[in-house]
Design a protein around this ligand. Structure first.
Ligand code: GLY
Ligand code: MN
Ligand code: MN
Length: 274
């Protein structure tokens, strides 16, 4: 019985898509509110409070999962939910949070400067993740697979890591020996629906399954740079992830979470109050 239900849940009906669109919109509003509220001296839980206030205010039942608000190196802790450290001037903050609406989940990650301005090193790393994330979102369409999208993400991030001097040598060699995994060790996507990690098989008969219209996926590459001695000082302890919720459509895809800015310019403008 469960496999049948899981297959039914994997491809969303128009009514389900409407609820997911609304969950995403409420989630987006929470992120916008937290971005606007951010400033050095606040505690991580105060941004969490801004987010979750907005989720409820907009009619959501609350967070769809434990909100992650990680300033500075806390962004490198993948399931950091303590949210109890001060937000420091010059640090980035990573927020991974989504609202639940009528049992459907939103799931958004944005990473932005606590003080509203990226440093050169932060911008360089951020731009690598953003370019890769935008290409991965653009690749969502019927017929492709999440495995293919992940492979392109790994290639793009590895190129960026070499360009930034965090890895050496040839791209393919660093993919083959998996040294990129020091900086990126989670997968790029999961199904989204009634559960934030929704049900449904990722592979059938051992093969990654092709996407079909009505599936809803997240696209969430990241880079997490350890604060180790061999890392250039300006990059130590920076964690960046960018996550959007994406519907597979007949023509390609629809991004449900586009209203939260993710370009450097748009984030800085929003935080400057423009
Ligand atoms: N917030 C959980 C995830 O992004 O998968
Ligand atoms: Mn996710
Ligand atoms: Mn997430």
């Amino acid at each position: 019985m469960a496999p049948l239900l899981h297959e039914a849940r994997l491809v969303k009906s128009p009514a389900e898509l409407a609820l997911l669109r609304h969950a995403a919109e409420i989630s987006a509003r929470g992120h916008l509110r937290a971005m606007r509220a951010s400033r050095p001296g606040l505690e991580e839980y105060q941004l969490q409070a801004e987010l979750e206030h907005e989720f409820r205010w907009q009619g959501g039942s609350g967070p769809a999962y434990a909100s992650i608000v990680g300033g500075g190196a806390n962004a490198c802790v993948l399931h950091y939910i303590v949210n109890r450290a001060p937000l420091k001037d010059g640090d980035l903050v990573l927020i991974d949070a989504g609202a639940e609406f009528e049992l459907y989940a939103g799931d958004i990650t944005r990473t932005f400067p606590v003080n509203g301005r990226f440093s050169d090193a932060q911008r360089a790393l951020y731009t690598v993740v953003l370019d890769v994330q935008e290409r991965a979102v653009a690749a969502v369409r019927p017929g492709t697979t999440l495995a293919a999208i992940h492979a392109e993400v790994v290639r793009g991030l590895t190129e960026g890591l070499i360009h930034l001097g965090l890895l050496e040598g040839e791209v393919q060699a660093r993919i083959d020996d998996e040294s990129y995994r020091r900086f990126y060790l989670h997968s790029t996507s999961h199904w989204l629906g009634l559960d934030v990690h929704d049900v449904g098989l990722y592979r059938r008969d051992g093969e990654p399954r092709p996407l079909v219209p009505g599936m809803v996926v997240t696209v969430e590459p990241g880079l997490y740079i350890p604060a180790d001695d061999d890392i250039p000082e300006a990059l130590r302890g920076i964690g960046i992830r960018i996550e959007d919720d994406v519907v597979v459509t007949d023509e390609g895809h629809e991004v449900l979470t586009a209203s939260v800015p993710k370009s450097v310019e748009a984030i800085e403008a929003l935080m400057a109050g423009k």
